[in-house]
Ligand binder design. Structure first.
Ligand code: F6P
Length: 319
């Protein structure tokens, strides 16, 4: 294999640039050229690409976002566009593709492998919701962004003796809520993986008040309900007034944490190795601190499971 492509697709995540850098540098180390494909599968279909040399990925390891831009591309679901993209790759002499992204990006990569293009998936999303890997690139940075925001909100919540509901991202997964709730000592955490009990949330607040603790932080994952809905429920059921904060896209930006940079470097480099070993339809992931690879089809068969022991622990520690 003498030439490969790399693209980033779906919602961006901090560390994608570090992964691109690792792909380019590792491939160059082995004498393989890398073309960066712009705007995810949209650029793939149109053949929007450029040779990335060693220098072109200098100074990006610390930058959030993605140098290659990203998109969500509905057309790509159609086979005729997939074939069109594969043609563009053939014309450019590209024999393998590294796809950096989330669940949808992996599904796209799998379709391409069925049409004969070698693809390896590198999991990158703040949601941490990809089956087969314990951590995705960007989750740790997003988590730290959320924790730092909660810490700030707690300062003002304490001063004014307010209850805050903070809505965090994660799509259908509760990892961001769960980990940030534990890390920031939230009084209650609501995640899609566990049923919530409004009475329990109210009891916790009342118990706090009895100890003269008049502020409270509740984290709600966007996959359960909007913060505004929970605010209405608490008002109707117990007359509790709350302030709400929807953290939004701030969670997707920022300089990647050291953990994410290292993870991205390891996974990006391993993806290149797999292509050079002649492998296809694999994803790279991390398990027990070790990089490994698994069948891309796990995206269809396995489901990411949030570590709900953290949920139990956060409840125990926030009595
Ligand atoms: O998958 C990453 C993510 O940020 C989710 O947490 C969120 O639900 C979604 O993307 C938001 O997507 P968009 O930026 O397209 O609104």
């Amino acid at each position: 294999m003498k030439r490969i492509g790399v693209l980033t697709s779906g919602g961006d995540s901090p560390g994608m640039n570090a992964a691109i850098r690792a792909v380019v540098r590792k491939a160059n180390y082995h004498g393989v050229e890398v073309f960066g494909i712009y705007h995810g599968y949209e650029g793939f279909i149109k053949g929007k690409m450029e040779l990335l040399d060693l220098g072109s990925v200098g100074g990006i390891i610390q930058r959030g976002g993605t140098k290659l831009f990203s998109s969500r591309c509905p057309e790509f679901k159609e086979k005729k566009y997939q074939l069109q993209g594969i043609e563009k790759m053939k014309e450019a002499g590209i024999e393998g593709l590294v796809v950096i992204g989330g669940d949808g990006s992996f599904r796209g990569a799998y379709e391409l492998t069925k049409l004969g293009l070698a693809c390896i998936g590198v999991p990158a999303t703040i949601d941490n919701d990809i089956a087969g890997t314990e951590f995705t690139i960007g989750f740790d940075t997003a988590l730290n962004t959320v924790v730092s925001a909660i810490d700030k909100i707690r300062d003002t919540a304490t001063s004014h003796e307010n209850t805050f509901i903070i809505e965090v991202m994660g799509r259908d997964a509760g990892d961001i809520a769960l980990w940030s709730g534990l890390a920031a000592g939230a009084e209650s955490v609501i995640i899609p993986e566990e049923p919530y009990d409004l009475d329990d949330i109210i009891t916790r607040m009342k118990r706090g008040e009895a100890r003269n603790k008049k502020h409270s932080i509740i984290i709600v994952a966007e996959g359960v309900m909007p913060a505004s809905k929970l605010a209405n429920m608490l008002k109707e059921k117990a007359g509790i007034e709350t302030r709400i904060t929807v953290l939004g896209h701030i969670q997707r930006g920022g300089s990647p944490s050291a953990f994410d940079r290292v993870l991205a470097s390891r996974l990006g480099a391993r993806a290149v190795e797999l292509l050079l070993e002649g492998k296809t339809s694999r994803a790279v992931g991390i398990k027990n601190h070790q990089v490994y690879d698994y069948d891309l089809r796990e995206i269809f068969t396995a489901k990411h499971k949030a570590d709900t022991s953290l949920y139990t622990l956060s409840k125990e520690l926030s009595i």
